[in-house]
Design a protein around this ligand. Structure first.
Ligand code: GLU
Length: 473
């Protein structure tokens, strides 16, 4: 974690502080609260892989925060910043996140302390397979016990290697491919998983704009259309969120903050063009669609309506929180606002849509993938043509008997039955709307919760406490 101020709490303490704040409003025994808060177990593994003629030792972690529901779920990140504290804090966030969005899992998180850019593809595959083997030996990857997924520094490619390694070791388990989510579609993944976290950020913001009272709290009016957005990080989450919000909702991405520089355009940066430029390997400075400057820590304080931190933890901290000008912050990354910054921002009246809710799209669609895997059938396969036939009959009846006339494009759009991506997006949208509603309901029932983060923790902790109480704990 890269908190610039020494007075800042560690990430895990930051999460615990936010947890405790919500717990203080609850009528639950302190002992049960303690049970819910602590991380059940963390496994540390050090393993050697012979690469480039030498043995290299790697350190990996898998933390299991809560097994009140199984499998436990959460990503595996590859980064040199990975450490036990961070993995445990992230595992805790997974427990609360899955509870909040009603995804039936406990929370887990893993990490490998590695710079993925320092190794070529073949080397990374060998390292990943070996890490998987170590996890599999202890059931820390398992379709019914522990299901990893992509996170920072990992993606479909790593999930494919992990799945294949697990499958090799467990070839008689009919559900073996459900051991990880975020796989490529042709290897048992699901349409819409890659875009899912960014899509969830979009749905979260759309839902925010449906609530006039929340817009008022944030001193915002109108719709998403034309709103000015600053985004930090154009990785998988930031890219998809910025792309959908600008291309589909008409928002203007006025500032993109990236590792190698900042791109600004008051008319809105074309996200697809910028992403293609970045992927081409050309220097950021050569991008033609905006003003490009060197890395600038003050860019996060650019005047805007909405700030979307979609990169690292602690991006907004005691050092910059006072200067943030955004009216709304949508936490697309995990833990981008430190506990101390959170207080400063709340006092300033900034409306924060917390990570636990805003970035839950990934795990939600992971859940759909896992259900697809253990069901062994693609969503929509049974119903699609049936639905299409019924829609066609309806249109024909309205045209022949009702005397109505529809355009060709309306007809083809309406008649077509839902395919997997339509169902995934609809399920995700429903999940995001439902969770927002639950957070709002908690705030109405207990106004002293005051903010969305505390209310989100409150909803999640209540759900877990109910689970434990019902089984007699
Ligand atoms: N790594 C993602 C997260 O932090 C997704 C986890 C998952 O799909 O299990 O939520």
């Amino acid at each position: 974690m890269s908190t610039s101020s020494t007075n800042e709490l560690k990430f895990r303490d930051s999460v615990d502080l936010m947890f405790n704040r919500a717990a203080s409003f609850m009528d639950i025994s302190p002992k049960l609260i303690e049970k819910i808060r602590v991380c059940n177990a963390t496994y540390t593994v050090r393993f050697g892989v012979k690469l480039r003629g030498e043995v290299h030792t790697f350190t990996g972690y898998r933390a299991v925060h809560s097994e009140h529901k199984e499998p436990v779920k959460g990503g595996i990140r590859y980064s040199l910043d990975v450490n036990q504290d961070e993995v445990e804090a992230l595992a805790a966030l997974m427990t609360y996140k899955t509870a909040l969005v009603e995804v039936p899992y406990g929370g887990s998180k893993g990490g490998l302390c590695i710079d993925p850019k320092a190794w070529d593809e073949e080397e990374l595959e060998r390292i990943t397979r070996r890490f998987t083997f170590e996890l599999a030996r202890r059931d820390l990857i398992h379709p019914s016990l522990n299901v990893p997924a992509p996170d920072m520094g990992t993606g479909e490619r790593e999930m494919a290697w992990m799945m294949d390694e697990y499958r090799r070791l467990n070839n008689t388990n009919i559900d073996n491919i459900a051991c990880v989510t975020g796989k490529p579609v042709h290897l048992g993944g699901i349409e819409g998983r890659v875009e899912a976290t960014g899509r969830g950020v979009q749905y979260a913001l759309q839902e925010f704009f449906r609530h006039n009272d929340d817009k008022k709290k944030a001193s915002l009016r109108g719709e998403l259309d034309g709103k000015k957005i600053v985004i930090q990080g154009l990785g998988n989450v930031g890219y998809h969120a910025a792309k959908f919000l600008s291309e589909e909702d008409g928002a203007k991405i006025i500032t993109v903050i990236e590792r190698f520089g900042v791109v600004r355009n008051p008319k809105g940066v074309n996200i697809e063009k910028l992403k293609q430029h970045m992927l081409s390997g050309e220097p950021l400075a050569d991008f033609q669609g905006g003003t490009v400057t060197n890395p600038d820590p003050t860019a996060i304080c650019d005047a805007c309506d909405i700030l979307i931190p979609a990169a690292m933890e602690a991006a907004i901290n005691m050092d910059n929180a006072h200067s943030i000008k955004a009216k709304v912050i949508v936490e697309a990354a995990n833990g981008p606002v430190t506990a101390k910054a959170d207080k400063i921002l709340r006092d300033k009246g900034v409306f924060i849509i917390p990570d636990m809710y805003a970035n839950a799209g990934g795990v939600t669609v992971s859940y759909f993938e896992w259900v697809k895997n253990i069901g062994h059938i693609r969503f929509g396969r049974l119903q699609r043509r049936n639905q299409e036939a019924k829609n066609r009959e309806l249109i024909e009846a309205l045209e022949t008997q009702g005397g109505l006339k529809f355009t060709k494009s309306f007809k083809s759009g309406f008649i077509e039955g839902a395919n997997e991506i339509d169902l995934v997006r609809a399920g995700l949208d429903d999940t995001m709307r439902g969770a927002y509603g639950n957070i709002k309901a908690a705030l109405i029932a207990k106004p002293e919760l005051e903010d969305m983060r505390t209310a989100a923790f409150y909803v999640a902790i209540s759900d877990i406490a109910l689970h434990y109480r019902s089984i007699g704990l």
